[in-house]
Design a protein around this ligand. Structure first.
Ligand code: PHE
Length: 341
């Protein structure tokens, strides 16, 4: 009996098997317990040898059970330690951190600089009603500016009676939307994506502009010049002179193209020094017809507007010669210019 149990306990595979053995041997109806009950029917002599022997056997089996239980628990723990082993000295895996795209950085920087001068941000849709993109800006249907802008037209199915839409060719339609929404006085900028069917080193079919609009009782071109010089000096981190050249836009009168002072040295541009000039934006006094179209009374209000290429001034700041690279999502290029880890 002893050998049977000691052996079985020694080779029990798990706690459940062990418990089964305990019940079989020393449980209430276990083999040894039954034998102990038979002691009563024995003669006193028999009892004197059988009693202690059974007690000893019971003790031995109990301690064998306890020992085996501990051994099983130890083995289980060892197994877990082995499975969950972790080398805390292993060097961490290289994790590359993303970064903000240079165009987004410049966009945010423009917003911050103009915010300091009291300009709020206005927005408009990229798929724009052609009335906002053209007519309201004093560019009627036959106007050559429509063709010059290389406009992307949205397809309209036969029977679609919604007004014709285009991918906005500039951020100027936001002037109209902002004045309709807020009236005058108003001081806003409108950074955003614009679209023209054009592609070469300095043109991509999608690019970015930031529109500026300031309307009040007596705003003049002098205010425009101050705002722009203040902006460029803050943006380039050095005093930058501007040059206003007479120009023409249907939505401003008078109109001016604005150049910033720079120098060309060995193919690299330095802004804020030298005798060269670089065109960076179009601007002017908002045309009375534009104010009218937006519901603002031109006999009471006047002001300036400008439209600047965000990508253009990003290229200047970072010395990037090809605009197209901005939109290639080439990590090697982004890293080369320090725009990504
Ligand atoms: N919308 C013009 C362009 O895209 C720029 C501009 C804006 C000119 C506002 C004058 C006033 O070229």
């Amino acid at each position: 009996l002893r050998d049977k149990y000691i052996q079985a306990i020694g080779s029990a595979a798990d706690e459940a098997a062990l418990e089964e053995l305990r019940v079989q041997a020393v449980g209430k109806k276990g083999e040894i317990s039954l034998k102990m009950r038979e002691l009563g029917k024995m003669t006193p002599e028999e009892r004197q040898t059988a009693g202690p022997a059974l007690n000893a056997l019971k003790d031995e089996i109990n301690s064998a059970l306890a020992a085996k239980k501990t051994a099983l628990a130890d083995a289980a723990l060892d197994e877990r330690l082995q499975a969950e082993w972790l080398d805390v000295t292993l060097p961490g895996r290289d994790r590359r951190v993303g970064s903000i795209h240079p165009v987004s950085q410049v966009w945010e920087e423009c917003t911050a600089i103009f915010a300091d001068m009291g300009f709020a941000v206005a927005e408009g849709p990229q798929v724009e009603d052609d009335w906002y993109n053209f007519d309201a800006l004093n560019i009627p249907g036959h106007h050559p500016a429509r063709a010059e802008m290389d406009t992307f037209y949205m397809h309209r199915a036969a029977g679609d009676d919604r007004p014709p839409h285009v991918l906005r060719t500039h951020t100027s339609p936001v002037q109209i939307r902002a004045m309709q929404a807020q009236g005058a006085p108003i001081r806003v900028i409108a950074p955003g994506r614009v679209y023209r069917a054009d592609y070469d080193q300095t043109h991509t079919p999608m690019f970015h502009q930031v529109e500026g609009l300031a309307i009040d009782r007596d705003i003049s071109m002098a205010n425009l010049k101050w705002v722009l010089e203040e902006f460029f000096s803050a943006y380039f981190g050095t005093k930058v002179k501007t040059r206003f050249r007479a120009s023409h836009f249907p939505f401003t009168e008078p109109s001016a193209e604005v150049d910033i002072q720079c120098s060309w040295e060995g193919g690299t541009v330095k802004v804020g020094e030298g005798d060269d000039w670089l065109e960076v934006l179009g601007s002017g006094m908002v045309h009375p017809k534009v104010l009218e179209a937006a519901g603002v009374d031109p006999s009471q209000w006047q002001g300036f507007a400008f439209g600047m290429g965000i990508d253009r001034i990003a290229m200047l700041k970072y010395g990037i010669p090809d605009l197209r690279a901005f939109f290639d999502s080439d990590l090697r290029w982004l890293r080369h210019y320090g725009f990504s880890a």
